[in-house]
Write a new protein. Structure first.
Length: 362
């Protein structure tokens, strides 16, 4: 008995030491220009949002310390109410030169990963400026033919950016930036291309948080299409009760992917509530799937927007497992499912949704 307890104790010590070995402490030092002494600065992780430290500016300097389970982490330094903020790739000792009102232009040293990110951004800058100018011209243009020409040029620029990102991921398989970029665009690029790029990543990158997210997408994604059968899933509702999509009984179900943080989602909710109230007694139901991380924010959005239908979430943010199954790459996104379980439409909103339901449920 004593021997078993001793062995158990040794095992626990090994587990604790292994976890400690994985954890990385980040020392974030910096100088500021234009910020008054006593101004509070905060340090947090990018995703999920977790505050790591806070401090006051003193003599134009600051020192923040945070710990994560990654050797390199995407962190943010910001002032109260995010009046100033900057996201950056932190390594063990990273230094920031910050100017009030221009945190995004921070000079960052001590992080090789951030240097890689800066180089990528510099190479992509001409294309991004081109897209911005085309978007501005489109907003002003009245002529239909000229607008179409501008749209084609914009699509060409977007495709060029996509190809740049794909090639960059392919050519830099041992880069954390590559793993991050692929995790962001996997659902957009599709299962086949994402699997190809994931298989090309180094084993170190596959074992990062981003690598695991990509692996989850490849494993879970079902490449849902209009005309195909819905795929069932189960998540907890606002009270913690597990709800399956298949448990929602109606002639037509709108599977609505949204988030409390998503501006367009929140703007659409009042219209959706009106449509729901108009057709709920005729056989229409909604299942909301929230891409949230913080339960209190999700519940507050449900209350503030007066959402009367069932809402679920696994609190994994935009990496929600149902969102991965359905390949969601933008919010809001929805699917209309008939009583036979067939997906008959996608992204019906506002008047388009009302018109469709008027045809189906006269």
């Amino acid at each position: 008995m004593m021997k078993n307890l001793k062995n158990l104790s040794i095992l626990l010590m090994l587990l604790i030491s292994s976890v400690s070995a994985i954890a990385q402490t980040f020392n974030i030092t910096g100088t500021t220009t234009g910020l008054a002494d006593g101004t509070w600065l905060y340090l947090r992780t990018s995703s999920p949002e977790k505050t790591l430290d806070s401090t006051k500016v003193k003599n134009g300097k600051f020192n923040l310390v945070g710990k994560t389970n990654e050797k390199v982490s995407q962190l943010a330094v910001y002032t109260a109410k995010y009046e100033n903020y900057v996201f950056f790739w932190a390594e063990q000792n990273t230094h920031l030169q910050l100017k009030n009102g221009e945190f995004k232009k921070a000079i960052i040293t001590g992080s090789k990963t951030q240097l890689q990110a800066d180089l990528r951004n510099k190479l992509k800058e001409p294309n991004r400026k081109l897209q911005d100018s085309l978007i501005q011209l489109l907003a002003k243009e009245k002529d239909i033919a000229a607008k179409q020409e501008l749209k084609e040029k914009l699509n060409t620029a977007k495709n060029a950016e996509r190809e740049f990102d794909i090639n960059d991921v392919k050519e830099n398989p041992n880069s954390l930036i590559s793993a991050y970029i692929l995790s962001v665009y996997a659902s957009n690029w599709g299962k086949e291309k994402s699997a190809e790029l994931y298989n090309n990543l180094s084993s170190d990158m596959k074992n990062t948080t981003y690598g695991k997210t990509i692996s989850d997408f490849i494993m879970l994604n079902k490449e849902i299409k209009i005309g195909g059968k819905f795929v069932d899933f189960e998540q907890a509702n606002a009270t913690g009760k597990k709800i399956k999509l298949s448990a929602i009984k109606a002639k037509y179900i709108l599977l609505e992917f949204w988030g409390s943080w998503c501006g367009p989602c929140r703007e659409e909710n009042p219209n959706l509530v009106k449509t729901y109230n108009a057709y709920k007694n005729k056989g229409f139901e909604i299942l909301g799937v929230a891409a949230d991380e913080k339960k209190e924010q999700w519940l507050k959005a449900i209350k503030d927007d007066n959402l009367p239908w069932e809402n679920v979430s696994d609190l994994k943010g935009d990496k929600n497992e149902a969102a991965l199954i359905y390949g969601i790459n933008a919010f809001p996104t929805n699917y209309l499912i008939d009583e036979k379980g067939i997906i008959i439409a996608k992204n019906l909103r506002g008047e388009e949704l009302k018109k469709k339901l008027a045809e189906l449920l006269p």
